[in-house]
Design a protein around this ligand. Structure first.
Ligand code: GLV
Ligand code: MN
Ligand code: MN
Ligand code: MN
Length: 396
């Protein structure tokens, strides 16, 4: 099938909110529908579907175990199918759709390498339900201990273990999967660019060099819940005042260090218009060129009076395979090489020692994690062509 045909199948799924945003949250009907689409797409191409112990979906063309016995290390391409709440259509899905489209293109041209190739769809890449990004790949590779993952809670208080049980999966079987990881020779992830790098360079496709350090902190601001009409202003302990300070200092601390930092999610207890909040929980997402600087931003915010800060996760700089990136850039007409400010499963792979690379497709709006995220069809087709070239070079 062409890219356009495949895209038309996935694009409507999970387009849910009145702002035009996509909701493809782990375990939601949209996410389950896309997983079914993935299984169907694999089956119609004669690919063998497996779900690893961390809940990631694999579609294998050829037999990876026989290949390994012959000393071959198969190529895996793909991305993720989940989204942030209110996200764009392309983040994740573009990589999975492009992987199938590239395989179809090579097959139609009689150029598909004989060596096994897999398409992977990683679970909970956005961490939108359980709060840790790249959850599926982190658990798979053992960089997030299974006990920690099983104890994570979603916004309704449901633990990962309970969610697995409710979906018919066995939490005891959940965890790293050495058998699945031993099959990955090289991982290449195509993704929409989430900034303006390619638009500024006027090029359709780039190769990734690294993912910048990033971390997430949960800030609990304790106050005293009380009546909005009867409590004198001087008698209040209002955590919203602390929040205002947190937001201001987050921006200042990031600006001063060439970092980026965001307060993008809040829980207000009890969240009533006529009650002074008893407690506000705010999430700080901080990223930057250097680990120490990102930690400095988090420390400055944590030091504000009334803030109790807990680190949810921290991810060091993840550098992709240098020679691989160079060879792909050369293969793709001297494609530009860009660093990523966004996290990706390819980073988890690289950190675990898997030779990994990324391709980025131009996003003229430069916007992502928002309905305004966009890629022109011609650039998507160019991305598929690039990925097909990469498959042909790396898999054979
Ligand atoms: C998630 O992958 C992110 O970059 O926020
Ligand atoms: Mn994303
Ligand atoms: Mn993504
Ligand atoms: Mn991401």
């Amino acid at each position: 099938m062409t890219f356009q045909q495949l895209w038309a199948e996935t694009q409507p799924v999970g387009r849910a909110d009145r702002w035009g945003g996509y909701h493809r949250i782990l375990g939601s009907s949209a996410e389950l529908e896309l997983r079914e689409w993935f299984v169907g797409a694999a089956a119609s191409r004669g690919m063998h579907v497996e779900v690893d112990r961390a809940g990631n979906h694999w579609a294998w063309l050829g037999d990876p175990d026989a290949a390994r016995d012959r000393g071959q290390r198969p190529l895996v391409v793909g991305s993720h199918l989940d989204s942030v709440p209110g996200g764009g259509a392309f983040d994740g899905a573009l990589g999975v759709v492009s992987a199938f489209a590239a395989i179809d293109q090579l097959t139609d041209e009689g150029q598909m390498p004989a060596a096994p190739v897999a398409v992977v769809s990683f679970a909970e890449e956005e961490g939108s339900r359980f709060g840790i990004t790249c959850l599926g790949s982190r658990v798979l590779m053992g960089s997030l201990p299974r006990e920690e993952a099983l104890a994570l809670r979603d916004p309704d208080g449901v633990t990962m273990a309970e969610a697995l049980r409710a979906s018919g999966a066995d939490p005891d079987a959940f965890g790293p999967d050495p058998e699945a990881t031993a099959r990955i020779g090289t991982y290449v992830e195509l993704h929409i660019e989430q900034g303006r790098g390619l638009a500024d360079l006027d090029r359709p496709v780039a190769v990734g060099s690294a993912i910048r350090p990033y971390g997430r902190w949960r800030l609990v601001l304790q106050g005293e819940g009380n009546h909005a009409g009867t409590t004198r202003m001087v008698d209040r302990q209002d955590p919203m005042l602390v929040l205002a300070e947190v937001v201001r200092r987050t921006c200042e601390a990031a600006l001063a260090r060439d970092c980026v930092a965001t307060i993008g999610k809040l829980h207000v207890d009890p969240n009533a218009a006529n009650a002074i909040p008893a407690r506000v929980t705010a999430w700080l997402d901080a990223r930057g060129p250097d680990e120490a600087l990102v930690h400095e931003v988090a420390a400055e915010v944590a030091a504000i009076e009334g803030v109790d800060s807990v680190q949810d996760f921290f991810t060091s700089r993840e550098s992709f395979d240098g020679p691989l990136a160079e060879s792909l850039a050369e293969l793709l007409d001297d494609a530009p090489v860009l660093e990523s400010g966004a996290g990706h499963d390819a980073g988890t792979m690289a950190a675990a020692g898997v030779p990994s690379a990324m391709l980025f497709v131009r996003n003229p709006t430069g916007v992502s994690h928002s309905p305004q995220e966009h890629a022109d069809e011609a650039d998507c087709v160019e991305g598929v062509r690039a990925l097909a070239q990469v498959i042909r070079q790396v898999a054979s």
